[in-house]
Write a protein that binds this ligand. Structure first.
Ligand code: AMP
Length: 174
């Protein structure tokens, strides 16, 4: 299996000084690599063990929707505040400075549904931990968490220790 790490572009000091932004557009624009990434995500699970795919705004949508299409499964978005039109439930999570909120439609998940949550990148794990809490608030069961990229030096998996976590590309240092 070919390493995909070289397909991710590091953009230093974006969006602010000190951040090494992992740019996935360099992978996406190679059709065969995007397809390969989705196929690898799909191979991690038996689709019969998953009822719903959840994607986190915005880059999580890219991978979650392709996976949902591949498996023919329902797709549910988790979004930033004020974007979803119907009744929502919300979760707050801490950022380096301040906090942020994500939300999901209240009727998006039904009791005991097995949910796979997908995002592009695991950094501190705050966003994904909040997403998992949202699913559980609605009575869903988190079947697992999939990331394209994991910044393993930030130890985000420690915040997600209750769940199965998979990532296709790992960066051990900045
Ligand atoms: P966290 O909650 O710290 O795990 O941050 C994860 C979210 O922030 C993901 O949705 C990523 O898209 C984004 N993110 C955090 N750090 C980076 C980075 N170095 N490069 C690209 N995206 C990032």
């Amino acid at each position: 299996m070919q390493d995909m790490k070289h397909l991710i572009r590091n953009v230093q000091d974006f969006p602010k000084k000190g951040i090494g932004f992992k740019d996935i557009t360099t992978l996406l624009k190679r059709g065969s690599s995007f397809k390969d990434a989705i196929d690898r995500m799909a191979s991690l699970y038996n689709p019969d063990d998953v009822d719903v795919i959840v994607g986190i705004e915005a880059r999580g949508f890219i991978f979650a929707s392709a996976l949902a299409y591949k498996w023919g499964k329902p797709l549910v978005p988790i979004r930033k505040p004020g974007k979803l039109p119907a009744e929502t439930v919300k979760e707050e999570y801490a950022l380096e400075y301040g906090c942020d909120t994500i939300e999901i439609h209240k009727d998006a998940i039904t009791q005991s549904q097995r949910v796979l949550i997908v995002d592009d990148l695991l950094a501190t794990g705050g966003t994904m931990a909040a997403a998992a809490r949202l699913i559980e608030k609605l009575g869903g069961r988190v079947a697992g968490l999939i990331f394209l990229i994991e910044l393993s030096f930030l130890k985000g998996v420690e915040k997600l220790s209750d769940y199965r976590v998979d990532s296709l590309i790992k960066f051990d240092s900045e």
